[in-house]
Design a binder for this molecule. Structure first.
Ligand SMILES: Nc1ncnc2c1ncn2[C@@H]1O[C@H](COP(=O)(O)OP(=O)(O)O)[C@@H](O)[C@H]1O
Ligand SMILES: CC(=O)N[C@@H](CCC(=O)OP(=O)(O)O)C(=O)O
Length: 263
């Protein structure tokens, strides 16, 4: 029987919580006995701290970091360097064998600049799954940062939820977006258990879903539609089997396709 890989994306705030990071990696180590796992990570808070310590200001538009090209050496160092190696070390400690990668390795994902206003921010597209598949076939844990490049060789900063969406597409995986909240919350801070395109639009128009969560739900909707299966947004403090059983978190369902259309 084919075992569908699980693509788990963690936000960068996890790196500030040693106990949660260790618990999650131990849980991943258990899951690896039955299903391949790919870990994709962010590192937004790490980037913020580094920029502040360098005296550089950094802003976001619609949840995406405006990234002048001259900031890329620092952002690349924080995401593909510190954040990636911190998670790889925690994975080793938990008994997994990690392989640290970025989107451009093995030409997994190609990226194009989004729009001049954002500088070196890219839009990722799935390219070649061969490297990831061979790492998974060896029972290793790929740990992927969201640094990509354009065909012209320009380094690009990719939002990590969007990066995870494309990685899930590459391996036709089951996507879990794990963050520091229990899932998507409504105006009364109660968990919304299911969402679709219409629900996302309503909550976004009401100003209930904002900032990084707006990027996340849109990435989840795109992934759900492309993969033809729901994507879950949940907390990294929840046990992975519970998330897979939909006992917690928000499931984002695919948009209905116009009749006759296929993906
Ligand atoms: N409706 C919402 N439900 C939950 N979180 C929300 C919502 N709207 C905005 N947020 C914010 O989005 C954050 C999660 O997005 P983000 O910080 O980008 O996460 P990550 O770094 O894990 O990708 C939450 O911590 C919260 O501050
Ligand atoms: C373009 C863009 O916004 N890139 C993100 C990449 C890291 C990220 O997404 O980290 P989290 O998952 O922790 O938010 C950034 O520079 O913060």
């Amino acid at each position: 029987m084919k075992r569908t890989p699980i693509v788990i994306k963690v936000g960068g705030a996890l790196l500030d919580d040693q106990a949660a990071m260790s618990r999650l990696l131990t849980s991943i180590q258990t899951v690896l006995a039955t299903r391949p796992v790919i870990l994709v990570h962010g590192g937004g808070p790490l980037v913020e701290t580094l920029m502040a310590s360098l005296g550089l200001s950094s802003s976001k538009i619609d949840g995406l970091r405006v990234t002048p090209d001259e900031h890329m050496p620092y952002i690349c160092g924080a995401l593909a360097g510190s954040a990636n190696k911190t998670l790889c070390a925690a994975a080793l400690q938990a008994g997994c064998t990690p392989v640290g990668l970025s989107l451009l390795d093995g030409n997994m994902v190609t990226c194009e600049p989004l729009d001049a206003r954002f500088g070196a921010v890219g839009v990722p597209s799935a390219a070649d799954p061969a490297l990831l598949k061979s790492v998974l076939a060896q029972g290793l844990l790929p740990v992927v940062s969201s640094i990509g490049s354009s065909p012209e060789g320009r380094l690009l900063n990719i939002n990590a939820d969007q990066a995870a969406t494309v990685i899930a597409e590459l391996v036709q995986g089951e996507l879990l977006l794990l963050s520091n909240v229990t899932g998507v919350l409504d105006g009364d801070k109660q968990l919304i258990s299911t969402l679709d395109a219409a629900g996302i639009e309503t909550y976004a128009d009401q100003g209930v879903i904002t900032d990084g969560m707006l990027v996340k739900v849109n990435a989840a909707l795109l992934a759900a539609t492309t993969l033809g299966r729901p994507v879950t947004i949940a907390s990294w403090n929840a046990a992975i089997p519970e998330i897979l059983n939909h006992a917690t978190g928000t499931q984002v369902f695919p948009s209905p396709l116009p009749s006759g259309d296929t993906l």
